[in-house]
Ligand binder design. Structure first.
Ligand SMILES: Nc1ncnc2c1ncn2[C@@H]1O[C@H](COP(=O)(O)OP(=O)(O)OP(=O)(O)O)[C@@H](O)[C@H]1O
Length: 260
């Protein structure tokens, strides 16, 4: 099957044209199938966010290339929605206007269909009664839900998520993970999800990519064959701990081998 997203021999060096450069990624190769949910884990500074910036087209690799359906990415594209660690909502706009903001920003206007779509998305992230509220009136979890609705406004094929739930408390985080899976189930997307949490990666994804310390490269891929739909019961599945242990070993063994 033809891959939907392909990282081909991707290396990236920040400041490559200056005296002081940082090699963030080295020869990264992987494919993602359409509608696959892929999580990326790895030590801090290994280049996870750099991977996302490259897929979003905000950054072009110093060598190799990132392709969507065989087309090399050379600039930001509409078929990609991004959810950041902090939702960065515009404080002077209400929730509805924040959700339609990508369209206003891009075209200078918002169509009736887009307002209808925004209403639908606001409802599907559980904020039906909050469309008129200002961001400051919402909790952190609710604000992140707005960030997810905003990323889905243009109905992107690809959803890029950079530690989207890391600023939330443990309970809200777990709840948001399952809500995300429900949205993904209703509106299938190809997802690249960065997290520091091994259990979150296993709980949500079809496949976990494990990266080495900087310069980051792919050291292992784990196919997570846990039944869907996933729920809080999934954590009790006998294979759940097997997967998390396997990932931990890949991350920490390398660290230990380096120290020894
Ligand atoms: N704009 C930049 N200029 C120079 N170096 C950068 C820049 N952005 C990131 N880096 C460096 O590149 C490396 C990879 O950064 P990146 O943010 O991709 O890692 P990460 O795995 O997402 O980190 P974390 O898990 O801590 O968020 C780090 O050493 C970082 O300091």
């Amino acid at each position: 099957m033809r891959p939907f997203v392909s990282f081909k021999n991707v290396s990236h060096e920040y400041g490559a044209d200056k005296d002081k450069s940082v090699k963030a990624l080295s020869d990264v190769n992987f494919d993602i199938a359409k509608h696959e949910f892929v999580a990326v884990v790895g030590p801090s500074g290994c280049g996870k966010s750099t991977l996302l910036r490259l897929l979003s087209g905000l950054l072009i690799p110093t060598s190799g290339g990132v392709e969507i359906f065989g087309h090399r990415i050379t600039e930001p594209r509409d078929e990609i929605g991004i959810v950041f660690q902090k939702p960065t909502l515009l404080p002077w706009l209400n929730i509805r206007e924040n959700v339609v903001f990508p369209s206003r920003h891009k075209r200078g206007r918002v169509s009736r269909q887009e307002y209808e779509r925004a209403e639908e998305l606001i409802k599907s992230v559980g904020l039906k009664d909050f469309a008129e509220c200002m961001p400051e009136e919402l909790s952190g979890g609710m604000q992140q839900r707005v960030g997810i609705a905003r990323a889905l406004l243009m109905d992107p094929e690809i959803l890029i998520m950079d530690e989207p739930f890391s600023a939330l408390d443990a309970l809200t985080r777990e709840e948001m993970g399952f809500e995300l899976l429900q949205i993904w189930n209703e509106r299938p997307k190809t997802v690249l999800f960065i997290t520091h949490s091994i259990s979150e990666a296993v709980l949500l994804s079809d496949r976990v990519l494990i990266m080495s310390p900087r310069p980051g490269t792919l050291v292992e891929e784990i196919n997570v064959e846990l039944p869907r739909p996933r729920s809080s019961q999934t954590i009790r599945h006998p294979k759940f701990n097997e997967y998390t242990d396997q990932i931990r070993q890949h991350i920490y063994h390398r660290e230990e081998a380096k120290i020894a």
